[in-house]
Design a protein around this ligand. Structure first.
Ligand SMILES: [Zn+2]
Length: 232
């Protein structure tokens, strides 16, 4: 009898949670079947833009995992600016949700190793973590792709979201340097970042790696609105 009551209670609890807090697509916030799952529309919008001509040189290709929309904006901002690491589970589930898609596998097959866009040590100290590393590191290792920090951010640049592409390039001049002793000669490197908007940050990192002898530079971003109309 007690078991039946408990099972009934459990069912009611699950139903209530579902009604009050339904599973939503982490990108567009439409209701979906399972928690942390992308809706069909968002799942098909993963971009693979190898050989694209519009990326700032010297980037050879960019892969974005999601669009930079309502849900992802909120999640990434919560992680970056509110110190809310609870959102990591949703971000990582989204990442694992696209694993084994041929676009991702083919893209990753082109690179020798991955590195993260670094934070300046002051920002790192304040935030306590590099959000990109938190989102991607375990996942990259699970894809058998070694990921390590190759770059340092020597200039504490302001947040870039209010700046236009030209201003971003200016601010980012001399912002990065290669960590001493790192050898990237002849390697194809994947720069990983949380957001790819104009590509100015990734391009500044790419230039350092290229001038140190790297062969090709690719970028993977959790979210991107590159080439789209911006949402206010
Ligand atoms: Zn969606």
């Amino acid at each position: 009898m007690l078991e039946k009551i408990l099972a009934c209670f459990e069912f009611l609890k699950t139903t209530l949670i579902y009604i009050v807090y339904p599973p939503i697509c982490p990108v567009c916030e439409e209701i979906v079947d399972e928690r942390h799952q992308l809706c069909e529309s968002c799942a098909t919008k993963i971009l693979k833009l190898d050989e694209a001509k519009d990326f700032p040189a010297p980037i050879s290709g960019v892969m974005r995992i999601t669009n930079y929309r309502n849900g992802t904006r909120r999640l990434l901002r919560a992680l970056k600016f509110d110190g809310n690491t609870n959102v990591l589970k949703t971000l990582q589930s989204t990442l694992y949700g696209v694993t084994r898609r041929p676009e991702i596998d083919n893209f990753l097959a082109k690179v020798n190793f991955a590195t993260f866009v670094p934070l300046h040590e002051k920002r790192l100290k304040k935030r306590g973590y590099n959000q990109t590393e938190l989102i991607f590191k375990d996942w990259l290792l699970a894809q058998n792709l070694p990921a390590e920090n190759l770059l340092l951010r020597t200039k504490n640049t302001p947040h870039l979201y209010d700046l236009n592409p030209q201003e971003r390039r200016e601010v980012l001049k001399g912002a990065f340097t290669l960590i001493e002793g790192v050898d990237v000669k002849g390697k194809n490197i994947l720069i990983v970042d949380d957001i790819f908007t104009t590509g100015a940050t990734a391009a500044a990192c790419a230039e350092i790696l290229k001038s140190a002898g790297a062969a090709k530079i690719f970028v993977m971003a959790f979210a991107s609105d590159f080439g789209e109309d911006k949402i206010a």
